[in-house]
Design a binder for this molecule. Structure first.
Ligand code: 1JT
Length: 257
């Protein structure tokens, strides 16, 4: 018996095999969850289809542009037709203009700021609202992904740091709002991970090296490390935890200078 057997988990944010959301999906599948995977567009849908090719239990794939409330409603209507409820919702979505991850924070444009907030932070609210009718009264769990730059200044993280700060605050406000409905909401603050989008950011490699050198555990973390913490939060083992940001970072965030 897996820790998620008899649970339906909806995951947003798989783009390729390096995605954090893919690490979470693999762990959830291993633990017996019925998976629903949301993808951004037709191209991503094809990629996700390929990734799950050899899963013994076929996940339900649903297209969803998370910036559009109507499409979110359509997406959960499709899920409702196939599943009797949702026990877990995973938000692993973020975007920022490449030129604003680096350089001066003061050069952040309103357009870039709004985009980062809409896709990376607000969408946690709209997806939780969309999923709520399916999650009510099931001891459901919502999780999202953050990073240390939400809490402290990490040079170059800039507009994304402010979006992650909003995401962590959204986590607390949603936890308070959805708690009476039996829904928990938590964030995982992951150490830097080699993903396709992160590797494209200049200076990212140095951040990986610094963690491996200085973090208490002297190593970087993997998608599977995040997946295992996500598993704990999604499962009944996390039943009394809500509104928290849990660090999965080899201990890096406890360091002073
Ligand atoms: C996005 C990207 C969100 C990279 C991210 C992210 N959250 C953490 N990272 C890694 C990272 C960390 C630092 C950094 C740059 C990237 C890229 C695509 C958009 C969403 O500093 C410049 C510290």
């Amino acid at each position: 018996m897996g820790l998620l057997s008899d649970k339906t988990v909806v995951i947003f944010g798989i783009a390729n095999k390096r995605s954090i959301a893919w690490g979470i999906a693999q762990v959830a599948a291993r633990e017996g969850a019925r998976l629903v995977l949301g993808y951004q567009n037709e191209r991503m849908g094809k990629a996700v289809e390929k990734l799950v090719e050899d899963f013994p239990q076929k996940p339900l794939l649903v297209e969803c542009d998370v910036t559009n409330d109507e499409l979110i409603a359509e997406c959960f209507a499709k899920i409702k037709a196939e599943c009797d409820g949702v026990d877990g919702l995973v938000h692993s979505i973020a975007t920022a203009k490449r030129e604003e991850l680096g350089g001066h924070f003061r050069d952040t444009s309103w357009e870039g700021y709004a985009l980062a907030q809409q896709v990376s932070a607000y969408s946690l609210i709209s997806l939780s609202r969309g999923a709520l009718p399916l999650m009510q009264g099931r001891d459901a769990s919502v999780i999202c992904m953050s990073y240390y730059g939400a809490e402290r200044v990490v040079e170059g993280y800039n507009v994304m740091g402010v979006a992650k700060a909003a995401l962590e605050a959204n986590t607390r406000y949603l936890a308070n709002d959805l708690g009476p409905e039996g829904v928990r909401v938590n964030a995982i603050s992951a150490g830097p991970i080699k993903t396709v989008s992160a590797m494209g950011v200049s200076g990212f490699k140095d951040i990986l090296d610094t963690v491996a050198e200085r973090a208490p555990l002297r190593r970087n973390i993997s998608q599977e490390d995040v997946g295992n913490t996500a598993l704990f939060l999604l499962s009944d083992l996390g039943r009394a935890i809500t509104g928290q940001t849990i660090y999965v970072d080899s201990g890096y965030s406890i360091l002073g200078t």
